[in-house]
Design a protein around this ligand. Sequence first.
Ligand code: KG4
Ligand code: ZN
Length: 348
Amino acid sequence: MADEPLVLGIETSCDETGVGIVRGHTLLADALASSVDQHARFGGVVPEVASRAHLEAIVPTMRRALDQAGVTIADIDAIAVTAGPGLAGALLVGVAAAKGYAVAAEKPIYGVNHLAAHVAVDTLEHGPLPEPAVAMLVSGGHSSLLLVDDLTAGVTPLGATIDDAAGEAFDKVARLLGLPFPGGPPIDRAAREGDGAAIAFPRGLTAPKDLAAHRFDFSFSGLKTAVARWVEARERAGEPVPVADVAASFQEAVCDVLTAKAIDACRQHGVETLVIGGGVAANSRLRVLAEQRCARHGITVRVPPPRLCTDNGAMVAALGSHLVAAGIAPSRLDLPADSAMPLTTVSV
Ligand code: KG4
Ligand code: ZN
């Protein structure tokens, strides 16, 4: 509908430079430039390299998004930008660019939370999010369960990882299996040839004594160590490492815990909708297992298409569009980038 707000979103919190454009819940453009290849040989994102890559990519990516959507900056109703959490230098590039465009084109600016944007992006695929919903955010930097009463007003954290994030566990396990960075996609692929029940890896924080204090929290560091010990034992014995079985069994342990805790959170709060976001939501096993287990409990699960699960500009535009539609006031032009922005802050 032409009277819905036309919102442009800028994402630079990690290694993807993203510019997306939406009208209401309709995705018009999603331009992306990734510096992932420049980080691969370091086995993780190097902040300085990411910042420099954003600086080089931001203007061309902006142009591509506007071209794709067939609009000019003058047509845009509001500019949304990831203000945090993320890498400080990387965030600064996006925030500075957004301010520049906002001043030059005289547009309101919304500094938004990257994690809330991972939830909001699902509306581009599945329409308005029924609230309350439980959101599970699983990315390279975060793993959280949230209660979403009103995404534009804030979310209530229910639990989070007490050590590694789910994506981080995929990246670290990939590394010890000799698979490339980022580790999620190659583990996902290798696991398809393996048996998820081959090795009984631990399920963190699921024992009765842990559930008392950490019912909705996650822990993946023990799992990562268990995989490392298992692989080392094989190598010491001079036996080949069955990469596909290790990948599948590790992935099964992660997905088992994630889905079990997400469903428990839905049931505890009487919520019938689970939305999963963040890079790990692209995982094929997680998507299938969530669907199967939620169906058994009468819970509707919503997961964005894999391309929208990993970082992109469309998710920021989607959240911006929500905020504009809800009549939330824009941010001040001196809005800061906040690398540690709390989950409870949706916009600044
Ligand atoms: O959301 P995202 O793009 O960036 C952050 O905000 O962190 O998430 C990146 C993380 C990486 O750890 C990557 O390994 C993981 O998402 N990931 C996956 C898959 N695709 C990306 N993990 C498991 N399976 C996948 N298919
Ligand atoms: Zn992310």
